[in-house]
Design a protein around this ligand. Structure first.
Ligand code: NAP
Ligand code: F7E
Length: 334
């Protein structure tokens, strides 16, 4: 019988880290997770929900801690999901974003290389549709693919572009198996409430139960290609099982505005007109916006056999249902 495969996940406390850890555990992997901070408030959550994960302390900005994490976990697969990932926050903290989201990738790759695991560890780098920026969208009806031009519109997008290119550089320079997933927005029950979809479904549930009167948002016209995180982590895993390292877009091939998301989310609780419940606050608007994102996942579908299972209405529905359960529990506890 083959040895148990070992995987190290950075960003274990994040949305994708949770979905991926669950998937890898179901597939029989021994799962390690990098946890940062002296007293990370999300440690207890991980220990409760994912008791099978071995936590290793470390930080993407601390190269020594990454070397230690690689030595301890000795991974066959390393999924680099850790990042400063909020676009709005990256405008307010651009230097931190560069340290973690850009240079942190270099630190991870170097940790694999200096520990002599460059041929033994396959690396997944979490690249993003934010690298495209939406401005040069000139393929009506078609989406961005692996050959589209990059034009990032935020410190986050710029930092991710460095991460993307340094990952490709290590693939080419050191013959390392490093694959980049260029993922469009993906959401779900584990999404942070600082992101617009979860902010909306969380508020819709609370408005329905009388726990809050309104929700404040920024611009409502931007469009995103929103998929389900559970489907997307399956694509990450498939990238590392493929015979060659490569870049792959994961997307749904549909794009929807925030207004459309609001309509479906409020509709889930029987509210036909969301306008009385939504106010706009410039604090949630960005110095530069990504107007529209639409991805073309045909390469991943063809080469990896990847497919998404949850569609846009299904995504909104499962998120609202989850938040209604949470809000109901909260109402009963007060
Ligand atoms: P997320 O929920 O924001 O999670 C980010 C993770 O990074 C958290 O576990 C966080 O830990 C960790 N982290 C932040 N700074 C760190 C540091 N200095 N050292 C170590 N860990 C650090 O992000 P996500 O939605 O799961 O996304 C996963 C990855 O995919 C990210 O790289 C993101 O940029 C990228 N991505 C996401 C999407 C999407 O739509 N979700 C799309 C494309 C690409 P703490 O809990 O300690 O803060
Ligand atoms: O914003 C608008 C906002 O923060 C979506 C990250 O996972 O996906 C994510 O980045 C849109 C933007 O996600 C609010 O201006 C309006 O147009 O949910 P978001 P994002 O910026 O698309 C990409 C692919 C990643 O890689 C990132 O890591 O919604 N918007 N009002 C708002 N956004 C937020 N957060 N809050 C608002 O109140």
């Amino acid at each position: 019988m083959a040895d148990t495969r070992r995987a190290l996940i950075t960003g274990i406390t994040g949305q994708d880290g949770g979905h991926l850890a669950q998937l890898l555990n179901e597939k029989g992997y021994e799962v390690f997770g990098l946890l940062r901070g002296q007293h990370n408030p999300r440690r207890a959550e991980v220990e409760r929900d994912m008791p099978y994960v071995h936590l290793i302390e470390g930080d993407l900005t601390d190269p020594t801690s990454l070397v230690r994490a690689v030595e301890t976990s000795n991974p066959d697969e390393l999924y680099n999901l850790a990042a400063v990932s909020h676009v709005g926050y990256s405008f307010k903290n651009p230097s931190l974003t560069a340290d973690v989201t850009a240079k942190g990738v270099l630190n991870v790759l170097e940790a694999v290389r200096v520990t002599g695991r460059e041929q033994a560890t396959r690396v997944y780098q979490a690249s993003t549709s934010e690298m495209f920026g939406g401005l040069d969208y000139n393929r009506p009806g078609a989406g961005y693919n692996e050959n589209s031009l990059f034009h990032p519109r935020s410190p986050y997008g710029v930092a991710k572009l460095y991460g993307h290119w340094i990952a490709k550089n290590y693939r080419e320079s050191y013959d390392m198996f490093v694959s980049c997933g260029i993922l469009f927005n993906h959401e779900g029950e584990r999404r942070g409430v600082e992101f617009v979809t979860r902010k909306i479904t969380h508020a819709v549930a609370r408005i329905k139960l009388g726990l809050q009167p309104q929700i404040e948002l920024g611009d409502l016209w931007p469009k995103r290609d929103w998929g389900y995180a559970g489907d997307f982590v399956e694509g990450m895993w498939r990238m590392l099982q493929h015979s060659e390292p490569d870049d792959f877009v994961l997307a749904t091939g549909e794009t929807h505005s925030i207004e459309e998301f609001l309509t479906l989310a409020f509709g889930e609780v029987g509210i036909d007109d969301w306008r009385p419940y939504v106010t706009q606050n410039p604090a949630f608007m960005r110095p530069a916006e990504v107007d529209i994102l639409l991805g073309d996942p045909s390469k991943a579908e063809k080469v990896l056999g990847w497919e998404r299972k949850v569609d846009f209405p299904g995504l909104v529905s499962l998120m609202v249902a989850h938040d209604l359960r949470l809000a109901e529990a909260q109402r009963l506890s007060v």
